[in-house]
Design a protein. Structure first.
Length: 726
C-alpha cells in the first residue's frame, strides 16, 4: 500500500443513547454539550465534537428539543411513560427494553395488555426506587412486529382456536367459523391476526394457508418458512418472466467485455452444489508474478432494476439453506443455469483480477465485466486430494462423476500455487487480529424421502480455506476501491465484541479451565484464537465455539463503514455471491456505476436497503437453524432405545441441557427426572447440587442419556438421565 494513501478513520463513538438517557432522567431541564460531556466524564476534543454532532442529529430527528442555540432537553408529559419493545420470556412474562432506561423493566403477565413479542409499545414504569426491580404496564401497543403465526388448529362446533409451538406466544388465536378456509381438524395452518377486541382473551384471526398435518416432513419444513414469513415458491408471473429472459451468449455483448475465455479457469464448490457463483483463473506472467482472477456470476446482467423479477429478488434478499432443500433467491433458470458458472460453458461474469507477487503483494488490480470459459469443476474433496497428493489420480469414491480421472497438470500446478498464496494471505490476516471461526457444521445424510439416515460433520480444510482467502481478497479490494473514493457503497460491517457477553463467556469457560483476555481489542482476538485452537477436537469444542460466536456482534450491511472486526479489515463488502445474496447484486451495480464515472448515490435510500437485507438474512438464519433442530429431533426419534454419551452444555433451575457427543443433538434432562438424589440449582456454581450427596452436575460433565420424548412440532428433545460417565 502506498504511504500516501490515508487509512480510514477509526470508528467514531455514538453517544446518542447516553444523551437520551441523561435528558430523560432530567426531563424539562436543558443541558449544553459541556454539561453532558462532564456527566459522561469525557474531556477530549474528539469526544466533545462527537457529542455536539449527536445532539444536532437527535434534534433534527425531533428526538430532543433545542430551547436556544446549544441547549437541549426532553419534554416529557410524565417521566414514567416510555416507548420501546417487548421481549417475551417463555413463562408468559416479559421485559420492556428501552434505551432511555438504565435496565430492562419487568412486565407481569397481567400487565401485558395484549402486547406480543417484539411489539413496539408505550409502557408506564413504576417501582423505580433503589433496590427494587422496576416493573411496568403496557399502556398502548403502537406497532405489531408480527401478525402472521403458524400453529395447529382445534375446530369446535362454531369456532376454532390455533395454538402455536412458539414458547414466546402466550395466547392462542380465536378463529371465527367463517374464517376457517380449507382447514380441517388438527391441520398445521398459517393464520393472520386481524383484531384483538378489548374484552377478548385471545386475538381474532383468519386462516390464510393450510400447511398440512403435524409431523409430516413437508408440513414441518413449510411451517418453518411460514413462521419467518419466507416464501416456499415463486409467484407464477415471476417464473414466467424469468423463462422469457434471453440467456444466450452473443458476440455483441462479448465485445463490451474483457474476454478471458482462453485463461485457465475452474470452480471449486461443495459436491452437491447446484449453482456455482465463483470461479478462479490462473496465469503465470513473464515477470514471475501471477494473474489471478476471481470471476463472479454477472447476475445484474439478467436481473434488471424495475422488473418483477428484481422486486421479488429484493424482497427475498437471500437464498435460504434448509437442511433438505434450498429456497433460492432467483428462479432456477437463472440460479442453476444462466448465471451458474458450469464447466465447459461460456458465461458472463463480473471479475476482480489481480497481479500478485510470490509474497502476496497486490501490485495491480482491475475490476469489470468479463466473459469466461470454465475448464473444469471440482468439489472441495477433489481439491483437497490434489493438495494432499500433489496431483495423484482422483479416486472414484470422491469423484463428482464417480469415475476416477487424472487432473490436468496445469490445473494441479495452479491449485498448488493458489493454496500456497492462500496460506500466506490467511497467516497475514491472523497476524492482523482476524478471528478464526471454523465451527463444526452438523450435516445429515438423507434418503430419497428426506429421512435422516446418519449425521456427519463438515470441517473446513485447506481446499475450503483456498477459496475463502481469494473470495475475501475480492470482497476487501472492491470495498477498498470504492471506500477510498468516499462514495456511497454497501459494506459488510462487524462491530467489536460485547464486553458483557465476554464476561459471561469467561464465567462459563472457566468451568473447563480456560480464560480469555479482554483488556483491549488486540488481546481479545489473540486470546479467542488461542482458545478456539485449544478446544479443537475436544468434547467441549461445540459449546465453546458457540459461546464465542455469541459474544461477537452480528455482522450486517450498512453504508456506514466501521470495518470488519472479525476479519480485521478496514474495508469489506460482499461481492462474490450474487446468485444467493441481493446485497452482492447491489454491489455489482454500484461498482459498475462508479467505474462508468457515476456520481455518489443516495445514502439514505441504500441504507434502507441494507437494513432490509440484514433483516431478511437474520430470518433466513433462524429458519436454517430451526430446520437443523427439526432434523435432529427426527433423527433421534429413531434412536429412542439407544444410550448416548453427552456433555452438559447448559444448567438452569429446570434441569440440564445435554449435547450428545457423537451427533451434536441437544436436549434437556428435567431436574425432576434425575432420581439418584434431590437436586437444586446453585447459581454461583452454575450447577445442580445433590441435597444428600452434595454431588454436582455442572458444565462439561459427561453423562449417559436416553431419548424420553422427541417433539417434531416443538423441535424439542427431552432426555432421561441414565448415569454419570466415571
Amino acid at each position: 500500500m502506498s504511504k500516501n494513501v490515508r487509512k480510514p478513520a477509526k470508528k467514531e463513538k455514538d453517544f446518542s443513547e447516553k444523551i437520551i438517557k441523561i435528558l430523560a432522567q432530567n426531563a424539562n431541564k436543558a443541558f449544553n454539550y459541556k454539561q453532558i460531556a462532564a456527566i459522561l466524564e469525557v474531556d477530549d476534543t474528539k469526544s466533545r465534537n462527537e457529542i455536539i454532532r449527536d445532539l444536532k442529529i437527535l434534534a433534527s430527528k425531533k428526538k430532543i428539543n433545542e430551547t436556544e442555540p446549544g441547549k437541549y432537553f426532553v419534554k416529557a408529559i410524565s417521566q414514567d411513560y416510555y416507548e420501546g419493545t417487548i421481549d417475551m420470556t417463555g413463562r408468559k412474562t416479559a421485559y420492556f427494553v428501552c434505551p432511555e432506561l438504565e435496565e430492562d423493566v419487568f412486565i407481569p403477565t397481567n400487565n401485558l395488555n395484549r402486547a406480543l413479542d417484539k411489539d413496539t409499545v408505550k409502557v408506564y414504569v413504576y417501582n423505580r426506587r433503589k433496590g427494587r426491580r422496576p416493573e411496568g404496564e403496557v399502556i398502548e401497543v403502537i406497532e405489531r412486529k408480527k401478525t402472521d403465526f403458524v400453529g395447529v388448529i382445534d375446530i369446535q362446533k362454531n369456532f376454532a382456536f390455533v395454538s402455536t409451538a412458539n414458547p414466546k406466544m402466550y395466547t392462542d388465536i380465536f378463529i371465527p367459523k367463517d374464517k376457517l378456509g380449507e382447514a380441517e381438524q388438527g391441520d398445521v395452518v398459517l393464520v393472520h391476526i386481524e383484531d384483538w377486541p378489548k374484552r377478548a382473551d385471545s386475538p381474532f384471526g383468519a386462516v390464510i394457508k393450510v400447511l398440512g398435518k403435524p409431523g409430516e416432513h413437508d408440513t414441518e419444513i413449510h411451517a418453518i418458512l411460514a413462521e419467518y414469513g419466507l416464501p416456499a415458491e415463486f409467484p407464477v408471473e415471476v417464473e414466467v418472466y424469468a423463462q422469457k429472459i434471453d440467456t444466450t451468449i452473443n458476440e455483441a455483448e462479448i465485445k463490451k467485455r474483457r474476454d478471458m475465455r482462453d485463461t485457465l479457469t475452474f470452480t471449486i464448490d461443495p459436491k452437491d452444489a447446484k449453482d456455482f457463483d465463483d470461479a478462479l483463473s490462473f496465469k503465470k506472467l513473464e515477470n514471475g508474478n501471477y494473474e489471478i482472477g476471481i470471476h463472479i456470476a454477472d447476475v445484474s446482467h439478467y436481473l434488471q432494476e424495475g422488473t418483477i423479477l428484481d422486486d421479488e429478488a429484493y424482497q427475498r434478499a437471500t437464498s435460504v439453506y434448509l437442511v433438505d432443500r434450498v429456497v433460492p433467491m432467483l428462479p432456477e433458470v437463472l440460479s442453476n443455469f444462466a448465471c451458474s458458472l458450469r464447466p465447459r460453458e461460456e458465461k458472463y461474469t463480473f471479475s476482480a483480477v489481480f497481479e500478485i507477487t510470490e509474497k502476496t503483494q497486490v501490485v495491480n488490480q482491475w475490476f469489470g465485466r468479463t466473459v469466461i470459459f470454465s475448464d473444469q469443476r471440482f468439489s472441495y474433496e477433489e481439491t483437497q486430494h490434489i493438495l494432499e497428493t500433489k496431483g495423484d489420480i482422483i479416486p472414484d469414491e470422491i469423484s463428482i462423476t464417480a469415475k476416477s480421472y487424472q487432473v490436468p497438470s496445469e490445473i494441479v500446478a495452479a491449485t498448488l500455487k493458489l493454496d500456497q498464496l492462500a496460506k500466506i494471505f490467511r497467516r497475514e490476516r491472523m497476524n492482523n487480529g482476524a478471528i478464526s471461526f471454523d465451527k463444526v457444521e452438523v450435516k445429515f445424510n438423507l434418503d430419497n424421502e428426506g429421512e435422516p439416515e446418519g449425521v456427519y460433520f463438515k470441517i473446513s480444510k485447506d481446499a475450503n480455506h483456498l477459496i475463502e482467502e481469494f473470495m475475501l481478497l475480492a470482497n476487501k479490494k472492491v470495498a477498498e476501491y470504492i471506500g477510498k473514493q468516499k462514495k456511497t457503497f454497501i459494506y459488510r460491517i462487524h462491530d467489536e465484541p460485547n464486553e458483557d457477553k465476554l464476561i459471561a463467556m469467561q464465567t462459563v469457560i472457566s468451568k473447563f479451565g480456560y480464560k480469555i483476555d479482554f483488556r483491549n481489542k488486540g488481546d481479545i482476538s489473540k486470546s479467542l484464537n488461542a482458545l478456539l485452537n485449544e478446544v479443537s477436537g475436544k468434547k467441549e469444542q461445540n459449546l465453546i465455539d458457540t459461546l464465542a460466536i455469541r459474544t461477537m456482534s452480528k455482522a450486517k450491511y450498512s453504508t456506514d463503514n466501521i470495518g470488519h472486526y472479525g476479519l480485521a479489515f478496514d474495508y469489506y463488502s460482499h461481492f462474490t455471491s450474487p446468485i444467493r445474496r441481493y446485497p452482492d447484486v447491489m454491489v455489482h451495480r454500484l461498482l459498475q456505476h462508479y467505474l462508468d464515472g457515476g456520481k455518489s448515490v443516495d445514502e439514505e435510500k441504500y441504507e434502507a436497503k441494507c437494513l432490509h437485507s440484514s433483516t431478511m438474512e437474520g430470518l433466513a438464519t433462524n429458519a436454517e437453524r430451526d430446520s437443523i433442530k427439526y432434523m435432529q429431533v427426527k433423527y433421534m426419534q429413531n434412536h429412542n432405545d439407544q444410550e448416548f454419551l453427552g456433555v452438559i452444555s447448559g444448567v438452569t433451575e429446570w434441569g440440564i441441557f445435554v449435547e450428545i457427543i457423537e451427533n451434536k443433538c441437544e436436549g434437556m434432562v428435567r431436574i425432576r427426572e434425575i432420581k439418584d438424589d434431590y437436586y437444586t440449582f446453585d447459581e454461583k456454581q452454575y450447577a445442580l447440587v445433590g441435597a444428600t450427596t452434595k454431588a454436582l452436575l455442572q458444565l462439561g460433565d459427561e453423562i449417559y442419556v436416553k431419548v424420553k420424548n422427541a417433539d417434531l412440532v416443538k423441535k424439542q428433545l427431552d432426555f432421561n438421565f441414565i448415569r454419570r460417565n466415571v
